[in-house]
Structures are given as C-alpha cells and as structure tokens.
Design a protein around this ligand. Structure first.
Ligand SMILES: Cc1cc2nc3c(=O)[nH]c(=O)nc-3n(C[C@H](O)[C@H](O)[C@H](O)COP(=O)(O)OP(=O)(O)OC[C@H]3O[C@@H](n4cnc5c(N)ncnc54)[C@H](O)[C@@H]3O)c2cc1C
Length: 397
C-alpha cells in the first residue's frame, strides 16, 4: 500500500503534525513510525513539563508567536481531552544588580510580547514566596505545568480515532526518495508514502543524511540533569522559580519546577552528553562521541563556551556546586533535600562555524520534509509548529 503520509517520530512534534495533517486532509492514509515501544520516550517525555508563556523571545519572532499560540493551544487541548494541567505562574528572580538589569530588559520584552507580567520588589517577592530571596522578580501569571507524556498519549488517541496508524519498534534505517513516492525501511520492513515528514529529534541529522539531504549541522546532545526535592520539601514553593537567564546562553538556568504529580524538580543544567539517548549519569556511546568529535563546529562551540561549559561540568559532577546555584535564590535548601531524578537530553543543532542553532531548521525536498531543529519550547509550541509543518507539506507536489 502507498500511504498519503508517513511521519517518522512519536514525539510531540511528530504527533502534533500528524493531528494537523489528518484534520486538514480527513480520510488520508497515514502511518507514524516510532522506534521505541511507546510514545514520548525521548525529549517529550524527559523535560520540565512547563507550558511556557513566551517572555524570553524577541518580539515579533516566530518563536515568540509560536510559544504564545502554543501555550493557549496546549491548554485548550488539555481541556478538551481531560489531560490535567495547572496554571501556577512563574517567578523569575534576580539575585544581584546585574540580574536586576537583565530582569528589566526581560520585562520590556515580555510587555512587547503582550504577556501579562508583574514586577515585584524584594519585599513582595518574600511575601509571596517566603523561602525565596532576591532583589526583585517578575511574575508571569499564565505559565503552567503539564505532563507532556500524557499530552502525547492523548494526541496518539486523536490520531488513531482519525484513522492514523502508529507502529512501534520501527527503527528507520533507510529512506529513498523517488519521483512519486518515498520508500522508508527498517531492516526488512518497508513502507511507501507520497510524502514523508521526519520529526526525529536527537536523530534528525542522521535521518536527513541517510535520506541523501545535504546538511551543514550536527546534533550534539546536551544533558539536562535534575534532582527532585524530598517529598516533605515539596511545599517549599508555590510557583515555578527561575533565575534570570544569561542572554548569551541558550538555556534557562536551574529552576525549581512544580510538577503535575505534586513533586518539585530542581534543574536542568546543560552539560555536554556522551550519548544521544543514554540517560544514566555516565552513559557513553562511542558512535555518538566519534561523530560529533569529527565535526569541526563541535570544537568551535566548545572553545566559544569553554568557561560556562566547565562550570556546568563541575556542577554536574559536584552536587554541592549544583546546590549552590539553587541556594542563590532558595538558601534554605540543603544537600539532603536533593534526591536523584531522571535526566533529559536536548538535541542541540550546531553549525559548521560552531554557532548553536536557536531557530527552526527544516530541509525540504519534493516529497520530504525533515525537521532538523525544533528548539525549546517546542513542547509548548508543538500544536502551532504542527500547523506550520502541515502548511509546508500540503504545498509539496
Ligand atoms: C531537559 C529538557 C527540558 C525541557 N523543558 C521543556 C519545557 O519545560 N517546556 C517545553 O515546552 N519544552 C521543553 N523542552 C523541549 C521539548 O521537550 C522538546 O523541544 C520537544 O519535546 C521536542 O519534541 P520532538 O518531537 O521534536 O522530539 P522527541 O520527543 O525527541 O521525539 C523524536 C522521536 O523520534 C523517534 N525517532 C528517532 N529516530 C528514529 C528512527 N530512526 N526511527 C523511528 N523513530 C525515530 C524517537 O524515538 C523519538 O520518539 C525541554 C527539553 C529538554 C531536553
């Protein structure tokens, strides 16, 4: 059989794209191929679970627009499909004069992004969150929390109800584009589709290469390591507590995140990974490391971010160093409060010149679209990202 669409990847981007394709073209034949045994086993199921409001992104940018629309769409999807979420709000806490300056710039940016943000002084911060200290803070009311694995499962149900198929345990290793169809294979198994959309996250560059696409980037895994607060400490904060980010770094800094299960996680950091999909602390995959070590952009990015990289590495190896980062705004936390928690791994695209890619990166041919970079907060923004991808695919011949 020749499918109308084949989607590789059962993460939130592949699922949201599939939902949108089936909505626009009801009755189309569609199959999702996923190598794991269930949905959301990689980035989608290993993240902070935050529905971001979008205050960080340049006003008028695609990221800002997708995040704002994505937050609304995620909440209404959850309402419609009985997926629990909470809008608990988020505080961005400045702990010194440098951060206070950055906080003011963020306030301006949030206002331009039409996001309702309140500026708090140190006293008001203390009143709202007695265990948090800072010289000031921004309060973003609309930030929420959700379990994206549950969102992904609900999307999977919508897809099946709309006639889409999902096949698990299919590790795609061959893609051949022909004039009228694309052949996709995993070992001896084969599928043919008129259009192929690849949303493979941490493996996206490899799939683009096996499909014959000329790409100029490499995925480098960056671990996001977390701790979980002891259960008796989970009442320590009522809202999400974030530091003011360093505008030169792509990550948001270690935060205290209330989870939808009632716990509080601490993290994530951003430390170079030695395996794309190895979640245990010292995971090492020779193929992964060999591949990025041979890529010139990797060494350039390491050289450009040496200082922050070393600090992240030190704090990854030393729980005390990690704790110090959180104590800047939550001084009552102690070493015993931090319990082990599963890590996440970001698919960070790096260009040949060492630039970290912060934007969307697509490679499109007549019959294929490869999502080569879907930057965070792609879980929040997944529904409008799916619409954007569907726009691109429904115009393919
Ligand atoms: C530590 C961390 C914290 C984050 N926190 C947040 C947050 O709080 N809020 C937010 O909005 N975003 C957050 N993000 C970002 C967000 O999680 C990701 O941007 C999003 O989940 C990306 O989804 P995806 O579908 O592109 O990738 P993935 O979820 O990684 O899915 C890709 C899928 O493709 C499959 N696949 C790969 N290769 C093959 C193959 N050869 N054959 C078949 N299948 C294949 C994989 O198994 C996987 O299921 C965070 C990310 C990380 C890592």
């Amino acid at each position: 059989m020749v499918f109308d669409y084949c989607v590789i990847g059962g993460g939130i981007v592949g699922l949201a794209t599939t939902m949108e394709l089936l909505k626009r073209r009801p009755g189309s034949s569609l199959v999702i191929l996923e190598k794991e045994s269930s949905l959301a086993q990689h980035q989608t199921g290993h993240n902070s679970g935050v529905i971001h409001a979008g205050i960080y992104y340049a006003p008028g940018s695609l990221k800002a627009d997708l995040c704002r629309r994505g937050a609304l769409a995620t909440k209404s999807f959850c309402d419609e499909h009985a997926v629990p979420y909470q809008v608990c709000g988020k505080l961005l806490v400045a702990t010194n004069a440098l951060e206070a300056g950055r906080m003011n710039a963020l306030f301006e940016r949030a206002t331009k992004n039409n996001i309702d943000v309140e500026r708090l002084d140190a006293e008001e911060l203390k009143r709202r969150e007695p265990n948090i200290v800072g010289v000031g803070a921004l309060f973003v009311k609309s930030t929420g929390i959700v379990d994206y694995t549950q969102v992904a499962r609900a999307m999977g149900q919508v897809i099946r109800k709309s006639g889409g198929e999902i096949e698990f345990g299919v590790n795609v290793d061959t893609i051949q584009e022909g004039p009228a169809e694309v052949l996709v294979a995993a070992g001896e198994r084969r599928w043919t589709a008129k259009r192929l959309i690849v949303c493979a996250g941490l493996q996206s560059d490899r799939l683009a290469r096996i499909a014959g696409c000329k790409i100029e980037h490499q995925i480098v895994p960056f671990r996001g390591e977390y701790y979980r607060l002891r259960a008796d400490k989970s009442g320590i904060v009522q809202r999400l507590i974030y530091p003011i980010p360093d505008p030169d770094l792509p990550f948001l800094g270690i935060h205290l995140t209330r989870m939808i299960d009632g716990g509080v996680t601490v993290g994530p950091n951003a430390v170079l990974g030695f395996a794309r999909e190895g979640y245990a602390k010292f995971s090492f995959n020779l193929k992964d490391v060999r591949e990025y070590s041979a890529f010139p952009g990797f060494w350039k990015t390491i050289a450009a971010n040496l200082k922050s990289g070393m600090i992240e590495m030190r704090n990854s190896l030393s729980k005390r160093g990690y704790l110090k980062e959180c104590q800047k705004y939550c001084p009552s936390l102690s070493l015993e409060d931090l319990l082990p928690e599963k890590a996440g791994i970001r698919a960070q695209a790096v260009m040949r010149d060492g630039t970290l890619v912060h934007d969307f990166l697509f490679v499109q041919t007549d019959r294929m679209l490869h999502v080569c970079n879907a930057p965070s907060p792609a879980a929040t923004s997944a529904i409008p990202i799916g619409e954007m991808i569907a726009d691109k695919c429904t115009t393919v011949a």
